[in-house]
Write a protein of this length. Structure first.
Length: 334
């Protein structure tokens, strides 16, 4: 395999082995449950924790001595997956933006990004939250904000005070697709003691429930998505997340979230990532019609010829799978 040198550009002609792998990845995506993007008909929203999405080794294949391990071929595979969605929430974007900038070069001029600044401190892990979106189908609608806890809430959650803000402040952005306006709120819940996670999850659930009552009057759709660090389906952390009425579509109940998940028991380990919205009397607080949801398993496809272990693959692609949900934006469903 030819790696090239430090002057190699991400847009330079790809080696044959990269082309072959991308063709196989495209075919796998075509044959998967990931829906086709159709202008004026559907909206495909996704979330993906891309492990340590920061720096990039400027080679087609990073060598064992190289740091980071993510290389050009890895990034082309990530781009091939991302462009199947209309808008995707990305967690673990780091302070170094090289991989993100190069990703946008691959995606092309009709793709854009909006993101937070770096969250400093050990709990924040120097991460950003970002949305990448296809401007041919999705446009910004004007709102972008971080969610903070009012001081008077500090003693109303669980048995103790919530004495600080979120480790990584949730990020909400409003988008528009055709005539539908929707607000996506993404977050990456602290990964620490269960008590800390539970308090964060209860607070975000309460915050979103109150906000949904207000924005529902204006016909805005509110969807929460991201890495909530819930360990298992229906454990105490998951129950905290859904405590105020957030609804995770049943199609995601059996979707493995990570490379380490057992496909035969996907809900018993690392049930971290979720896409959810509020349900009232068994009807979602959405003007868009929900169609379907799922995940994409890139194991054995992305970087197939390298035969990586799960750990090695996680540093090049991710340790999480992307989750997606499809909605209709056709006029007849309004």
């Amino acid at each position: 395999m030819t790696n090239g040198n430090s002057d190699l550009k991400i847009t330079d002609p790809k080696p044959d082995f990269v082309i072959k792998n991308l063709v196989e990845l495209k075919e796998a995506l075509d044959n998967s449950d990931v829906p086709k993007k159709v202008l004026d008909k559907n909206l495909v929203i996704a979330t993906w924790n891309i492990r340590c999405f920061g720096n990039l080794t400027k080679k087609w294949v990073a060598e064992s001595k190289d740091t980071p391990k993510r290389d050009y071929q890895s990034l082309w595979c990530i781009a091939e997956i991302i462009k199947r969605f209309d808008v995707i929430a990305i967690q673990e974007v780091r302070n170094n933006l090289r991989a993100l900038r190069y990703l946008l070069k691959i995606l092309g001029t009709h793709w854009s990004v909006i993101m937070t600044d770096v969250t400093l401190g050990s709990d924040g892990n120097y991460e950003r939250l970002a949305f990448i979106f296809d401007t041919r189908k999705v446009q910004l609608s004007g709102l972008a904000c971080e969610l903070v806890i009012p001081p008077e809430w500090e003693k109303t959650i669980d048995d103790g005070a919530f004495a600080r803000q979120f480790a990584r402040t949730p990020y909400a952005v409003a988008f528009k697709s055709k005539k539908e306006t929707f607000i996506l709120t993404t977050l990456h819940v602290i990964y620490g003691e269960k008590t800390e996670r539970k308090v964060e999850l209860l607070n975000i659930a309460k915050w979103l429930a109150k906000w949904s009552e207000e924005i529902n009057n204006w016909g805005h759709n509110l969807i929460a998505l991201g890495d909530f660090n819930t360990d298992r389906k229906d454990d105490e952390l998951y129950q905290a997340f859904v405590s105020t009425g957030l609804h995770v579509p049943e199609e995601l109940d059996d979707a493995p979230r990570t490379l380490s998940a057992d496909p035969k028991k996907p809900t018993t380990k690392s049930f971290y990532d979720q896409i959810a919205w509020f349900v009232d009397q068994e009807k979602p607080f959405l003007s868009m019609e929900y169609l379907n949801s799922g995940y994409f398993d890139f194991k054995g496809i992305a970087l197939k010829e390298r035969n990586y272990s799960n750990t090695s693959l996680s540093w090049r692609i991710s340790d999480h799978f992307p989750l997606w949900a499809e909605f209709s934006v056709e006029e007849k469903f309004r």
